[in-house]
Design a protein around this ligand. Structure first.
Ligand code: NAD
Length: 247
């Protein structure tokens, strides 16, 4: 442990899988104590068994429950000075095929869920000298979608929501965004199965580096933005996308 997050009190949503779980590992290694939130409580518990921390079952779209659970997380941690919103869902339907219910659900989880957790955590974040939020958008927030318009639109909205609150909340709370390209997690498995060799090859070829990212590579960027090393950075969207978005 090098202590880059020593003494920090961090809430993670989507902590039961993929990027959220790997971030929990890296945060814990760097000395943070954690509140691990997921709608899948058993999955969050698996993360906690490895990293320590307090587990909370929550669907981030459940407005009343968000406030209660974030309050309990703050109580358990003795405050909140870091928030990572990694809970999210993927849909890959075209505009011809997607129904309004599915469109609304993607926006509700990815965008409204992020908003609700940020808003509920703010009273605690504002009390802390090192308060930081990291929200997960996507490379699909920066370029027309590989994955369907609903997902891309929800992630572009997460990015601009986050930039906007970075402006509102400065200097009290830093807010930054990570835009991952395709990353080896269960979400990507859902889009292109791991044993679909041709599909995986085609997906990798979308990226200049001709590869997918590992969750460790995404979490390393999240850790940086959460830490004091990024004290001068707010409102920034950092693409970790194997060179899909050059700008
Ligand atoms: P994942 O599916 O492995 O993990 C997502 C976690 O979020 C799961 O544990 C799930 O139970 C939880 N979750 C989903 N809906 C929830 C809800 N309503 N309330 C609470 N928890 C909920 O996905 P991942 O790859 O780790 O993705 C993490 C974030 O990164 C997501 O926001 C995703 O959109 C984004 N992202 C992923 C990729 C990728 O290629 N994997 C690329 C770009 C962006």
């Amino acid at each position: 442990m090098t202590g880059r997050l020593a003494g920090r009190k961090i809430v993670i949503t989507g902590a039961g899988s993929g990027i959220g779980r790997e971030s929990a590992r890296q945060f814990a290694r760097e000395g943070a104590t954690l509140a691990l939130i997921d709608r899948d409580e058993a999955a969050a518990q698996v993360t906690a068994d490895e990293t320590g921390g307090h587990v909370f079952a929550l669907d981030v779209t459940d407005e009343a429950a968000v406030e209660t659970v974030v309050g309990r997380a703050a109580e358990a941690l003795g405050g909140i000075d870091g928030l990572l919103n990694s809970a999210g869902i993927l849909t890959m339907k075209t505009v011809d095929d997607i129904g309004v219910e599915e469109f609304r659900r993607v926006v509700d989880v990815n965008l409204t869920g992020t908003f609700l957790v940020c808003q509920a955590a703010l009273p605690w974040l504002r009390k802390e000298p090192k308060a930081a939020i990291v929200n997960i958008a996507s490379a699909q927030a920066l370029l027309p979608s590989l994955t369907g318009s609903a997902y891309a639109a929800s992630k572009a909205a997460v990015m601009m929501f986050s930039k906007s609150i970075a402006k509102e909340l400065a200097p009290a709370v830093r807010v930054n965004i990570i835009c991952p390209g395709a990353t080896e997690t269960p979400m990507t498995d859902q889009g292109v199965a791991p044993d679909d060799v041709a599909g995986r090859k085609a997906l990798a070829a979308v990226y200049a580096m001709n590869r997918l990212a590992q969750p460790e590579e995404i979490a390393a960027g999240i850790l940086f933005l959460m830490s004091d090393e990024a004290a001068a950075i707010t409102g920034v969207a950092l693409a970790i996308d194997n060179g899909r978005t050059f700008h």
